[in-house]
Design a protein. Structure first.
Length: 293
């Protein structure tokens, strides 16, 4: 398959690398050639370190080329993956040109918060546009949300899911296009409560991080919220919910959060390295797969 990845940031470069490792021919569009090539090289280094490249890396590298404008794309892409700035106008401008140039291509946006249906309308390609929402860093995170736009042709959705599975990803279908999809709705609900706890002096940010990282996440690694409720007893959770729902945070912004996330750059580098090392290790563990996704 011919794949065009628009955007060569860390996300776009790693997504492109994954398709190339999977045997597809990939073109990456970057604002500058040098920066695009550098990020692709860094993505391959991540893949090699994580043992994701089954054969010689050079073979996969030969399947990637970098260009700095759409006229430089010398193939006819079957799939266009967009991973540019989180701005509907910018995405629409780029994808409108893509849709005109390649009227048969499926368009997949890596947006994390914008409506897939609105992106499709902005591109003038509602029936061809869907979401493939990856998590950072894509090479180390198997799960991908596949979001159905309001007018997406079902066969394009099925083909995208099958292609991602063939790459070794774990695609999960988000059947309705709602703000934040599923991952970010869950993540931001937790972030809102975490911010309220820290800002009201209930516990320090370090304690909140420890409870989520070493408590909730440790158990949620094995059972999701519905499985946890079933194991703990639905009636118990209903009583707890009745007690807590009325007093949970209903904040509309994250104003004032800056002081809680003021990490030293060296500490952030250490946290990032710890996270990525852990994610690399997790790639060797078998995942539980839902019967229907």
């Amino acid at each position: 398959m011919q794949v065009l990845v628009v955007g060569a940031g860390r996300m776009g470069a790693q997504i492109a690398t994954e398709y190339a490792i999977g045997g597809h021919d990939v073109t990456v569009m970057s604002r500058t050639l040098a920066a695009g090539r550098e990020r692709v090289e860094a993505a391959f280094a991540t893949a090699i370190e994580a043992n994701i490249v089954a054969g010689p890396a050079a073979d996969a590298k030969r399947r990637i080329r970098v260009c700095d404008a759409l006229p430089g794309v010398d193939s006819t892409p079957d799939l266009v993956v967009e991973s540019v700035i989180e701005d509907l106008y910018v995405k629409g401008e780029i994808l409108r040109d893509v849709a005109i140039r390649w009227p048969n291509a499926t368009i997949a946006s890596n947006t994390s918060s914008l409506s897939i249906s609105e992106i499709g309308r902005a591109a003038g390609a509602e029936t061809r546009t869907l979401g493939t929402h990856y998590w950072n860093p894509p090479l180390l995170m198997p799960l991908v949300e596949v979001i159905a736009g309001d007018q997406i042709e079902p066969e394009r959705l099925d083909t995208t899911i099958a292609t991602l599975r063939a790459l070794g990803k774990q695609p999960v279908l988000v059947a309705r296009d709602v703000p934040g999809f599923v991952w970010n709705r869950l993540q931001l609900a937790l972030v809102r409560e975490a911010a309220w706890i820290a800002q009201n002096g209930i516990a320090t940010p370090q304690v909140v991080d420890a409870i989520v990282r070493d408590g909730l996440a440790r158990r949620w690694r094995y059972t999701g919220p519905f499985e946890t409720m079933a194991l703990g007893g639905v009636e118990s959770f209903k009583r707890i919910g009745a007690n807590l729902f009325p007093v949970l945070s209903d904040a509309q912004t994250l104003e004032g959060i800056e002081s809680q996330v003021a990490f030293d750059p060296a500490d952030l580098d250490a946290i990032r390295q710890w996270r990525d090392n852990g994610l690399r290790h997790e790639l060797t563990r078998p995942e539980r797969k839902a019967e229907e996704q």
